[in-house]
Design a protein around this ligand. Structure first.
Ligand SMILES: Nc1ncnc2c1ncn2[C@@H]1O[C@H](COP(=O)(O)OP(=O)(O)OP(=O)(O)O)[C@@H](O)[C@H]1O
Length: 274
């Protein structure tokens, strides 16, 4: 990474709270992260300070490590046998890669939405109530409130309020994806990770998810992997460009798309490869 980029990523460091130059607090501070799948070196010396309550886009060609990185942020990646990491990812003053860190703590604070919507084969209501129930909430009135608030938060309440007891599989693909976002909201996370959430959706549903991400960043930190550069440009505040497991450039989205510092970023965003 260039000196310029390193300087841009430098953070102010006070006693407990790190602030980036535009005064947003940092939600995830990744330092010198390396990751191997057995012999494949998938992430190389990643340094990224991701701001809270912003949308951060991760872009780059196929196989560059985008999904691996986002799955490291909730430690899902370690479900793959043979994964090894070095370096640190600080979340709320703790290194989540540390052996002593309890992964269950992340499950309640970090929600994830996948490429293909994955509702449970249950009713719309149960899809949302499931997480809160696991966390011990049994009171019907409280659960009703969580279900409504979460569905409203994901802008799908009006479409489903009269069919809450119907199976979620009866919803359209775009509705299912918003239901999955509502399911994330029900656990009141800090962060929502999205791994290509619109790649299986039609343009209208895509637009709805994009609008939703813009709304949600008022309350949540959103990190989104996308192949769609127009989407990254439309909805994100910051963009990280990955190539061959490295972060080539990380900056304000506007800068990345109008005045990138590295030729490889320019070549990628102008469609010369990838
Ligand atoms: N489960 C796995 N086992 C072994 N290697 C893997 C595994 N998952 C990913 N890799 C390798 O790690 C590298 C990064 O893959 P990753 O899926 O993170 O890339 P990506 O940028 O998300 O790609 P895409 O855009 O195609 O989804 C690739 O070389 C890939 O082959």
């Amino acid at each position: 990474m260039s000196m310029l980029m390193e300087r841009k990523m430098t953070v102010e460091n006070d006693k407990h709270v790190k602030k980036s130059s535009n005064s947003h607090r940092i939600v995830y501070d990744t330092k010198d992260l390396n990751l191997w799948y057995s012999n494949t070196h998938a992430l190389k010396d990643i340094n990224l300070a991701i701001n809270e309550k912003e949308v951060t886009a991760i872009i780059g060609p196929s196989g560059c490590g985008k999904s691996t990185y986002i799955k490291t942020l909730n430690r899902m990646v370690e479900l793959v046998p043979g994964v090894r990491t070095t370096g640190s990812i600080t979340y709320k003053n703790k290194n989540i890669l540390d052996k002593s860190f309890k992964v269950e703590d992340l499950r309640t604070q970090v929600g994830m939405v996948f490429q293909k919507a994955n509702p449970f084969p249950k009713s719309i209501y149960e899809n949302i109530a499931y997480g809160p129930k696991i966390h011990g909430i049994r009171n019907k009135k409280v659960l009703d409130e969580i279900v409504e608030t979460s569905l409203r938060g994901a802008y799908i309440w009006d479409e489903v309020k009269d069919r809450l007891n119907e199976n979620a599989y009866g919803l359209s693909g775009g509705q299912q994806q918003r239901l999955c976002i509502a399911r994330c909201l029900a656990i009141q996370p800090d962060v929502i990770l999205m791994d290509e959430p619109t790649s299986a959706l039609d343009p209208k549903s895509t637009l709805k998810i994009e609008e939703l991400a813009q709304e949600l960043k008022k309350d949540y930190s959103i990190i989104i992997v996308t192949h769609n550069m127009q989407q990254a440009a439309r909805i994100s505040d910051k963009t990280a460009f990955f190539l061959n497991g490295e972060v080539i450039e990380f900056d304000d989205t506007n800068t990345i798309f109008t005045n990138p510092a590295d030729n490889r970023t320019e070549d990628y965003i102008s469609g010369r490869f990838g």
